[in-house]
Design a protein around this ligand. Sequence first.
Ligand SMILES: Cc1cc2nc3c(=O)[nH]c(=O)nc-3n(C[C@H](O)[C@H](O)[C@H](O)COP(=O)(O)OP(=O)(O)OC[C@H]3O[C@@H](n4cnc5c(N)ncnc54)[C@H](O)[C@@H]3O)c2cc1C
Ligand SMILES: NC(=O)c1ccc[n+]([C@@H]2O[C@H](COP(=O)([O-])OP(=O)(O)OC[C@H]3O[C@@H](n4cnc5c(N)ncnc54)[C@H](OP(=O)(O)O)[C@@H]3O)[C@@H](O)[C@H]2O)c1
Length: 417
Amino acid sequence: MSLISLAKLDDRSGKDNFDIDIAIVGAGVHSLTLTMHLLQKRQDLREKILIFDPSGDWLTQWRQQFAAQEIPHLRSPAVHHPDPDPFALRRFAENRHDDLFPPYDLPSTQLFSDFCQQAIASQQLDERLIAAKVIDLEPIMSPRRGFRLWLNNGKSITAKRAVLATNSSIKQIPDWVERIPSNYPAHRLVHSIGLNLTQEHLAGETVLIVGGGLTSGHLALGAIARGAKVLLLSRRQFKEKLFDADAGWVGPKYLKGFHAEANWHRRRDIVLSARDGGSMTPSVMTQLRSASHRGTLEFHPECEVDQAVWHDQNWQIICADGMELSCDRIWLATGTRFDVKAELLLTHVMQQYPNPLVNGFPILDEHLRWSGCELFMMGGLAALRVGPTARNISGARMASDRIVPALTKSTIRSFAN
Ligand SMILES: Cc1cc2nc3c(=O)[nH]c(=O)nc-3n(C[C@H](O)[C@H](O)[C@H](O)COP(=O)(O)OP(=O)(O)OC[C@H]3O[C@@H](n4cnc5c(N)ncnc54)[C@H](O)[C@@H]3O)c2cc1C
Ligand SMILES: NC(=O)c1ccc[n+]([C@@H]2O[C@H](COP(=O)([O-])OP(=O)(O)OC[C@H]3O[C@@H](n4cnc5c(N)ncnc54)[C@H](OP(=O)(O)O)[C@@H]3O)[C@@H](O)[C@H]2O)c1
């Protein structure tokens, strides 16, 4: 892979005197989607964009999370992917029918990865990637407004416009975890983000998994496959849903009403209620039910842990309803939440350009631009504009549809809201 060297960027001859025009922070699915959409509109921008990711590669985080949970296929259908042409993935899969899973042609993990790799190669996007973490985003106020991106290699680079596609979020840790004395081995209680099934040896152990989302389902199946017994606890009834939010949320069916809602607090409530917490796909639930029939899994719906004590090399658990359980490991599949507080790169931007927030979500303009400057946000933090699927692949397309007209300065499409 040929990565651009920052040393080559000392030609600051542009009329604005910035090193580059557009800096995109993060090289995940959202960043790739935006880059592909931008280049479809303005191929000449290719030389004016740089993407930053500490891994030095595209989709590293995505690939790692799918491998760590041994996820065989995506939850979203084949029309959701980074290419601007919705049918591009289906065409790519023409001779790979085994890589499309029912009910709505869900791409296999490998197919999606191969497709993205081809998209990256088609635009030689490896050449636009800088292997560095952005550790600070400093607003530049004169002679022209822009940003200085400070990198973890001690260097910095200036950009006229910036896009945050970092997927920064806060782990949701239940209160009872905070009350546990720290006398337990760290690997005996972990959040799913820190777990990698392929490195776990669990034969004969009991694993208590907290959460009713798809992560808990995949981790449960992975633990059972490794010879463990699983206790699956959800604070509500286990919910079966094909997608995180109804398919009507990726089109006008529900988004029309959402965009017509002028009250931002109400929009926040709509986002939460459309996702309605965690849910599992029917296919994963079917596998869990058969594990339950075999005796390798116990469902504990409407069950909350009250207290956990590490004693004699295992966990003693007391639930809120008085039930007592014991296990060898606790895995928290309790998800993450989006809040600007999680995005450290916004610290100086928020001081220079105060922006209204609603429960940690910024109110962005219709192009997902931070108030008063040329900084754009993608992912979960853009939910008040994009809607309940902002963090998903479909959200990346919707965000790109809003950001691209502002970055290309072509005819600015008007969005209702
Ligand atoms: C297990 C799992 C499965 C999912 N499956 C689906 C699915 O099937 N369909 C769907 O629609 N959605 C799915 N999602 C939701 C969502 O699509 C993914 O979370 C997706 O990875 C989000 O893409 P992203 O680009 O926002 O974030 P990421 O893929 O996490 O990429 C963000 C990148 O930003 C980089 N970064 C962060 N901070 C900095 C910094 N300061 N400087 C430089 N780089 C930085 C990170 O290294 C990372 O590479 C899934 C989520 C999870 C957790
Ligand atoms: N492609 C795939 O196959 C795949 C695999 C895994 C994940 N994903 C996606 O990744 C995203 C994240 O999924 P996820 O399962 O990690 O998270 P999630 O969907 O947010 O689910 C988190 C679960 O943890 C529970 N929870 C949160 N805080 C809790 C607390 N304090 N005490 C007890 N329970 C608590 C939630 O309960 P409530 O429901 O009551 O809020 C919910 O059931 C989703 O978009 C999902 O679709 C996709």
